[in-house]
Structures are given as structure tokens and as C-alpha cells.
Write a protein that binds this ligand. Sequence first.
Ligand SMILES: C[S@@+](CC[C@H](N)C(=O)[O-])C[C@H]1O[C@@H](n2cnc3c(N)ncnc32)[C@H](O)[C@@H]1O
Length: 373
Amino acid sequence: MYKGTSLFARSTQINNTTHKMRQRLIQTLATQNIRSRLVRPAPAPLSIENQLTQKLASSLFNGDLIQAKQEFRWMLDHLCTNSKHATPSTGIDFLKANPTIAEKIGEYVKERTENHKPLQYILGTQPFGELDLIVRQPVLIPRWETEEWSLNLCTMLNNVDLMSKVERRKLRILDIGTGSGCIALLLASKLPKGRVEVFGIDQSQVALELALENKARNKGLLQNPVQFSKLDIMDDNAVRSFVQAHGDVDMIVSNPPYITPSEYAELTPDVKNWEDPCALVTEDGLGLQFYRRIIELSVASESSLLHSTAPQNASSMLPLYAQVPQLVLEVGSHQQATLVSRLSDDYFKHSRILKDLAGQDRVVIAYQSDINL
Ligand SMILES: C[S@@+](CC[C@H](N)C(=O)[O-])C[C@H]1O[C@@H](n2cnc3c(N)ncnc32)[C@H](O)[C@@H]1O
């Protein structure tokens, strides 16, 4: 009983004390809050733009807001262009006033951050030189490295008189693994009018359909004919039929699959979940499968894809096209560049390795003759 009363008394006392303390605490906090409000205003709620750029920054760019804002801007430009709105200088009030665009850009950010969808697949197009290319899953998104060497190749070829008095025919170029058609279409658009004939081949039907769409989309920029055909370069019969139907070519360009299976395993989900593995991975551990095959198909044989430009004897006149490289192959690393260069040296007179803007070995070019650009 005593214990009980005492306990009750203590508990009531504690309750009273606690109640008083709590009230004091609330008063103190309220005063501090008023003071702090007087000193520093409460932060305004984040605008839609800020919320979304912060989400992009933290999920994709290690907190880098500059990159996130740039990406947000591209999305906003794209949506405004599609809905015929002028892009606002700031999205804050614009997004509040345009809930449809706000909702759409919210979906884009979700696609980017949660599904790792590449920005190019979201925007649907990608510039490549002066071309404006449609990009669509799972066809490989053209990379800046490819754009850079393709543009350099155009500059290199523009230095040659492609309409030679010796040859009296157009230079014929084959792009192996054309994908979106980026390299083939760029060459056809940048090389002098009526001087070249470009062929783009791919084993992927969806890639070819996209390449054809891109050809139609960029029709006004093309100065030379481009033909796209389905061809699996691993299939001897198909290659033979192709050569019979179209003839051989003076130059082969290619950005073939060159990623090894172990490198592929390490790739980020924006590549692995979205781009066709057949556009990226080789079966061998060095990523050389396609280079070996392209070189094999370049050397003289019944089904050689490459026209021989080597003079038949010392006195014969060297064809003009011997001045241009016969092989132009994108590579993924220094090791690959060295190996591809060595492989091509077994069949070609000599080869060179060119670096990209980032200083990485990026292209191996090989010549059938000593003369070169
Ligand atoms: C790295 S992607 C290059 C695409 C495009 N040229 C570019 O640079 O963006 C390689 C391309 O080779 C094609 N490819 C893969 N295996 C092939 C094969 N056996 N024969 C022909 N093309 C093939 C793929 O479908 C893919 O489009």
C-alpha cells in the first residue's frame, strides 16, 4: 500500500515536473525558433527544377550540380522544342506554369536515375558532325571518339584528288557494322560531291532500319550515294554474295565490337541494360575477333572485300587510291591498337595508330602501299 501511494506520488510528481519541463522546453524552442527565424529565414521549398537537378546530381554525377543542370537543360530544351515552347532562361516558374512539361521531365529524370536509360535514348537524337541522327534502343549510340576520327578521316580524304585521272571512278568505301549509319552517312556528307560511293553493312535488322531512317532524315546533307545492306561478316557465303552483287571496295572503315567478355561484365547499367551486346562484345578475351575477320576479308581471295591497290610490278603506275588508307579501324585501348597494328602489318605494307582527343590510342589505319597521307 505504502509502496503504492509513494509510487503514485512520485509518478504524479514526475509527471508534473516533466510537464513543466516540457512546457519550458517548448517555450525555449519557440523563442529560439522565432529568434532564428528573425536572423535566418526558413529555406524556401525547393523548386521542381532544383529537386530534379539534385536528384540527377546525386544519382548520376557524384553530386556535381553543373553536369546535372546541363543534362536537365537538354531535357527541357527537347521538351520545349517538341511542344513548340520557347525554352525559358530558368525553369522555376516555367515548370510551375507548365505542369505537362514538369510531369514529363520528372519522368525523364526517373528514367535516367532509376532505369539508367541513356540520355540520348531519352532525347531520341544525337548530333554526329553536322548530321542529326535518330538514336533508338538497342542500336549503339554513336560515341564522340567515333565522331572525332570520322571527321578527321574526312579532312584527310578531302586532301586527295578523289576524282583521279588514273582511276576515273569513284572511291568506294565500306563501313562494316554501320549501326545507326553514323560513319557511312558522315563520309557521304563531308566528302566532295559525286566522288565517293559508300556502303554500310550490319548483321542487325533493327540497326539497318535505323540507318535507313537516318539516311532519309539527313538526305539534304548527303553529297554522295549511300547503300545499306544486311550482311553478317562471319558468314563466308553471305560475304561472297555481297562481293558478287556490289563489287569490292577501296577502303574499309569500321568501329567493330571490341569489348572483351570480362570488360563487358564491368560496364555500367546505362550501357549493359540498353545497348545491344552484339554491338559491343567479342567472344575472345582480347577483343580481336572482328579485327582478325576484317583483315582476313581484306586480303586477296575470291571473296575479298577489298580491291587490291598494290601495283602488279615495279613499273606499273601506282593507282591514286593507294594514297588513301585501305583499313581504318577503331580500337578500344593501347593494347588492342598494338595488336591490331601487328595483325594488319602481316598483310599490309604498313600501319599507323592515331590517338583521340583524350590522348588514347583510338584508330589503326593500314595501307597497301608505301605512299600515304
Ligand atoms: C560498335 S557498333 C558500331 C556502330 C556504329 N558504326 C557506330 O560507330 O556507332 C558495332 C556494330 O557491328 C554490328 N555487328 C556485330 N556483329 C556483326 C557481324 N557479324 N556482321 C556485321 N555486323 C556486325 C553490330 O550490329 C553493331 O551495329
